[in-house]
Design a protein around this ligand. Structure first.
Ligand code: FE2
Ligand code: FE2
Length: 424
């Protein structure tokens, strides 16, 4: 059984931790710092939990004191903290603390955090563990990576019906009724597509009730994009507050980016084919978040502080999981056998300069993402992050302040009815 040491002088907190962990772990409580240090010298715990409100010593001094000794360096530490202690926590993370939990917390979350820091291979407490301490975290990280890759495989397959729609749309010899025959096999998809085609975004003069009319009025390429959005919408219906998103926000943000990317492409005189391709690139750019969301908690946003050296969401994901949503997005697009431009947009939308192809298209998605972040499309009102426009976007797209303003206005006009388009 894994050994957990807990340092606290608060009886209520001690009772809570003991009640939650005692049956699963060998928990030892210390109310005095010197007793804890003496015990660790004899036997190293698998995880050390520190109570931020421990009165004998300030938490930063405590972590510094522990981390300065070689023997303590590799013990994973979790701090039970309070919402007001953000700055101190950031400093503790800098000092090497693995994780933290804000009070009041659920014991089940504490259990999850402990579990993620312990693997069967690391359950070698004592001297043997000290000798192999350098490899402990590597083993835990490998286990987490395996879990994430398994989660990736669990994601639904790319909808077969949408695949068929794409095939038909790309076949020059197919007719509007061939298209309709395929789509009509799936009534839910048909209903969703008609609802989208009739949304204010497409600005049609009369209501469309048949898929074949949608093809005739809007054209194959546009109906293909609509099929993409209608067919994948359900996959995006996951709540991800850990990314600062409102309920259903990833779907709204993704659809917003799709519309924004299409709008920008049109502004740059892209043809219909490429404009619609960019719609799909925008739609799928953040799909990797669906996989990583499970491994990140809402509290983790505290890591996003200059003091920690973590400046953006990708760096945060990488620190916590070993992956970021861009590389997982590329893997999903690969599993779904989607075109290269979609893979590139998923992988490089945060670093468009590094794209190995389609760099202008990828930059358009980066710009679309910036506009949606700036307009807070899909984000919770509580989220007050600041959207930053990268210099590389200005450079690659030859943007000046006036053009940026014009495009933002155009996109926000097109996104005015986003709630209706997203089906809210
Ligand atoms: Fe992203
Ligand atoms: Fe995004």
């Amino acid at each position: 059984m894994a050994r957990i040491y807990f340092l606290s002088d608060d009886s209520a907190e001690i009772d809570k931790v003991l009640a939650g962990l005692e049956l699963k772990y060998n928990v030892e409580v210390f109310k005095q710092l010197n007793e804890l240090i003496a015990e660790i010298a004899k036997q190293i715990p698998d995880v050390l939990i520190l109570d931020h409100q421990f009165k004998q010593i300030n938490i930063i001094q405590l972590v510094e004191k522990l981390k300065e000794k070689e023997i303590f360096k590799n013990i994973p530490i979790i701090i039970l903290t309070t919402p007001e202690s953000r700055n101190e926590i950031v400093n503790c993370i800098k000092l090497g603390v693995k994780d933290f939990l804000i009070k009041p917390y659920l014991t089940s979350i504490l259990l999850q955090k402990i579990k993620s820091l312990i693997t069967p291979e690391t359950l070698t407490t004592g001297v043997a563990r000290t000798a192999q301490s350098g490899t402990l975290n590597v083993v835990a990280e490998e286990k987490r990576k395996k879990l994430i890759l398994a989660e990736l495989e669990n994601l639904p397959a790319f909808p077969l019906i949408v695949q068929k729609v794409i095939q038909i749309a790309s076949d020059r010899h197919s007719s509007a009724s061939d298209f309709e025959n395929v789509v009509n096999k799936d009534q839910t998809l048909t209903a969703k597509m008609l609802k989208m085609a009739n949304s204010p975004f497409y600005n049609l003069q009369r209501e469309i009730v048949l898929i074949r009319d949608a093809v005739v009025t809007l054209g194959y390429n546009t109906v293909k994009s609509i099929a993409f959005a209608a067919g994948t919408g359900e996959i995006f219906q996951k709540n991800l507050p850990q990314y600062g998103l409102a309920p259903g926000g990833l779907w709204k943000h993704s659809l917003g980016c799709a519309i924004a990317a299409r709008t920008i492409a049109k502004e740059f005189n892209y043809d219909d084919d490429m404009s619609e391709e960019l719609f799909v690139c925008g739609l799928l750019h953040d799909i990797g978040k669906l996989v990583l969301g499970k491994f990140i908690s809402r509290d983790d946003q505290v890591y996003l502080a200059p003091e920690t050296g973590i400046n953006n969401i990708c760096q945060l994901e990488k620190k916590l999981t070993g992956f970021d949503h861009s590389e997982l997005g590329e893997k999903i697009a690969e599993n779904w056998k989607l075109p290269d431009v979609i893979k590139q947009a998923a992988k490089y939308h945060h670093i468009p300069d590094e794209a190995s192809g389609h760099s202008r298209d990828v930059t358009i998605v980066t710009f679309a993402n910036y506009i949606c972040n700036y307009l807070k499309i899909g984000y919770s009102k509580k989220n007050n992050f600041e959207a930053k426009l990268m210099d590389s976007v200005r450079r690659n797209l030859d943007l000046n302040d006036e053009l940026i303003k014009k495009i933002i206005e155009k996109v926000s006009e097109n996104l005015q009815e986003i709630d209706k388009i997203a089906g809210y």
